[in-house]
Design a protein around this ligand. Structure first.
Ligand code: ATP
Ligand code: MG
Length: 254
């Protein structure tokens, strides 16, 4: 059975960073094949993996409105194009959603996309969806059940309360979430006892179980600046150990 892990959280709190680290985790543990979906209209997960995005799903959706090659149904055409849009790497494929529909949504195209996604999804052990702050792409791709919703937050009480509101957005979208957890990211190092107490107090109020804390890491920033793939970060880096420890705690039970 394919498991779906979706990222959510306010802008800039670490969704894409954690998506990249999760790909590293799953591929190194041989929990493969993995499909990584970059659902940010301004695709950037590929940059952390040092990969180039070609065709996006948004572009395919547009093409579907025009003339198709003869002797091909829309579903066949969509399926062929989606396969072209997959960027294949070791243990995982990456797919970029690209721009959403403009005004005058072509709903039939979305239906074809949803069907193709369902077909495609069954080939993978895990699907990771790196979202923008909203999660509309999930329903567009017909993902009705999320196994793990990871909500990222900065280390402030207000940030954590925002994370809770974001986690609740899945309800109106009609998405069932089996497990959810909060990751508080970019926690200053060393962490003051006051901050830790505040984080714990807010988490308790939140009905959002704490997956763990990740400290601020110069190494991550450096990796981003040099453009080296996050997959190549050393496993003894503190930030990798922290992230893997958190992933162990929920993926270990799958
Ligand atoms: N633990 C960390 N230590 C240091 N820098 C971090 C950490 N986590 C994330 N960052 C940096 O913070 C910035 C935002 O992170 P990221 O792009 O992952 O957030 P995001 O939630 O995906 O943002 P967006 O909403 O724009 O997609 C990046 O420059 C990233 O390198
Ligand atoms: Mg992002």
């Amino acid at each position: 059975m394919t498991k779906i892990i979706a990222m959510a959280g306010k802008g800039g709190t670490g969704k894409t960073t954690l998506s990249a680290l999760l790909i590293k985790y799953l591929t190194e543990k041989n929990l493969t094949p993995v499909l990584a979906v970059d659902a940010d209209s301004n695709a950037n997960l590929n940059e952390l993996l040092n990969l180039e995005v070609g065709l996006t799903i948004g572009q395919i959706r547009k093409e579907l409105k025009g003339d198709l090659p003869p002797n091909m149904t829309r579903d066949q055409y969509m399926e062929m194009k989606v396969h072209q849009a997959l960027i294949e790497d070791k243990g995982f494929d990456l797919m970029a959603m690209g721009q959403p529909d403009g005004p005058g949504c072509y709903c039939a195209a979305n239906q074809h996309l949803a069907m193709t996604m369902e077909h495609l999804a069954s080939n993978y052990k895990y699907i990771i969806v790196d979202n923008e702050a909203g999660m509309e792409h999930l329903s567009r791709m017909n993902m009705r059940v999320i196994d793990h919703l990871i909500v990222t937050s900065d280390p402030s009480a207000r940030g954590i309360l925002t994370a809770r509101r974001i986690a609740e957005l899945t309800g109106p979208l009609g998405i069932e979430v089996k497990h959810k957890c909060l990751i508080v990211n970019r926690v200053p190092n060393p962490t003051s006892d006051e901050l830790l107490a505040k984080i714990e107090e807010t988490v308790t109020e939140c009905d959002l179980p704490l997956g763990g804390l990740i400290h601020s890491s110069d190494k991550l920033i450096n990796q981003e600046i040099t453009g080296a793939s996050y997959l190549e970060m050393a496993n003894n880096e503190p930030v990798i150990k922290e992230a893997f420890g958190i992933f162990d705690s929920f993926i270990g039970n799958d």
